[in-house]
Design a binder for this molecule. Structure first.
Ligand SMILES: O=P(O)(O)OC[C@H]1O[C@](O)(CO)[C@@H](O)[C@@H]1O
Length: 394
């Protein structure tokens, strides 16, 4: 039984709260960023003006009648929420719908010259091409001759801390990227995670990706290592079917990251080749399921996805947003059980996440008390703490 079934769903209606600031400040900043990123025409600028007005002072508008995904959004709650303020509906819903509308405004879904053009691509590319990425890739050379458990641990932590590289987050938390990560994890089930992926295993890892660029690259390196070390036989990488939360990874971002790896000097290129051939022979496959951009928790996932996660040896869910969707976007006490909150998940599941929103479960009372004593409530959203939590399943 869940320990706190009535924990309130997070809304964005409390001025001064983190969710409110995302809706009131971050979304307008994202609209400004998108306007400047690409040479849009007057129609696109007008549509962005309308979205800005709607999401800050207006109400949620329905999708156009001819939108391909209208039925899907209706099933996800559009009819219930249309006409209400963006601040008065579940925060997760409001945020997700914002990205859907933003893409609509720039013509992403409309047949024509702007169809499929990712408004966030310039910032994603800049990050992938940055000298810091070269430095991170060069560090792989020193890892090459280390014992396998050490390499596995380093790459797991690379993937975990890569989650700090979130471009939307940086818009409102300047300095979080530069701030030194606090090394001790607030929860650490690493032992359980490795027990599910022993060497010489043949299972399937599903990795539900989060951000592109400097998070996706270490995610791919981790997958390459697990394949090469024989800890898994195959991997399935879930990406978003369309650009989302600024920097979330799409198929195009996977292609960019793989090309970046294979073109790099040293050990990085070797990892790139492992992944390239794993794609070619089917040991690494991509999925871009519509539910990956749904405004709903994973407890509401559709049957086909449920069957896929049920069949996996382990599903690794990356990042803050996926964590919110995994445990439910609710204000539970931080000591609420992670296992109870994820009991709905159909198979073994691990969360790798840096903390960038109020939602958290599975902390000990002592850990929570120490964090509060040191930082007040800032530890929840500052992006400097991280966790590895595992529910090995029933
Ligand atoms: O890229 P991540 O780790 O999912 O983080 C997403 C960010 O966006 C938020 O949803 C707020 O918009 C927070 O959860 C987090 O700061």
């Amino acid at each position: 039984m869940p320990d706190t079934p009535a924990a309130p769903v997070i809304l964005g209606d409390v001025p001064g709260s983190f969710p409110h600031s995302v809706l009131a400040e971050r979304h307008p900043a994202i609209i400004r960023q998108v306007r400047e990123a690409l040479p849009y025409g007057p129609g696109q600028h007008r549509a962005l003006d309308e979205l800005l007005e709607s999401c800050t002072q207006g109400v949620i508008e329905p999708l156009p009648e001819d939108a391909d995904d209208l039925g899907r959004w209706r099933a996800w709650g559009l009819d219930e929420y249309a006409g209400r303020s963006w601040f008065d509906v579940p925060w997760l819903w409001s945020e997700s719908y914002f990205y859907r509308r933003l893409l609509e405004a720039v013509g992403y879904f409309t047949p024509g010259p702007w169809q499929g053009i990712d408004p966030f691509r310039p910032s994603k590319r800049a990050e992938l091409d940055a000298p810091e990425t070269d430095e991170e890739l060069a560090a792989l050379d020193a890892l090459r001759d280390r014992p396998e458990p050490e390499r596995a641990r380093a790459l797991l932590h690379g993937s975990l801390w890569g989650n700090r590289a979130d471009l939307g987050f940086r818009l409102s938390a300047a300095g979080a990227e530069a701030a030194r990560p606090v090394p001790a994890l607030v929860a650490d089930d690493t032992g359980t995670l490795w027990s599910l992926l022993p060497p010489s295993a043949t299972g399937t890892l599903v990795l539900v990706a989060d951000n592109a660029g400097r998070e996706l690259v270490p995610d791919l390196l981790l997958i390459a290592h697990l394949l090469e070390a024989g800890r898994i036989g195959r991997a399935v990488l879930h990406v978003k079917p369309y650009p989302y939360y600024v920097s979330d990874a799409t198929t195009a971002d996977v292609v960019d990251a793989l090309r970046r790896l294979t073109a790099a000097p040293g050990a990085a290129a070797g990892y790139g080749r492992v992944l390239w051939s794993a794609m070619a022979d089917g040991r690494l496959t991509l999925r871009a399921h519509p539910f990956s951009c749904a405004p709903l928790p994973y407890a509401d996932q559709p049957g086909d996805l449920r069957a896929e996660f049920a069949a996996a040896t382990l599903t690794v869910v990356k990042g803050d947003l996926n964590y919110r969707r995994l445990v439910g976007d609710r204000l539970r006490p931080p000591t609420a059980s992670f296992r109870d909150a994820t009991a709905h998940f159909p198979g073994p599941v691990a969360a790798l996440r840096t903390l960038k929103s109020d939602v958290v479960t599975g902390l000990t009372a002592a850990t929570e008390a120490a964090l509060v004593a040191a930082e007040g409530q800032r530890w929840r959203t500052g992006g400097t703490h991280a966790l590895i939590q595992v529910n090995p399943g029933p």
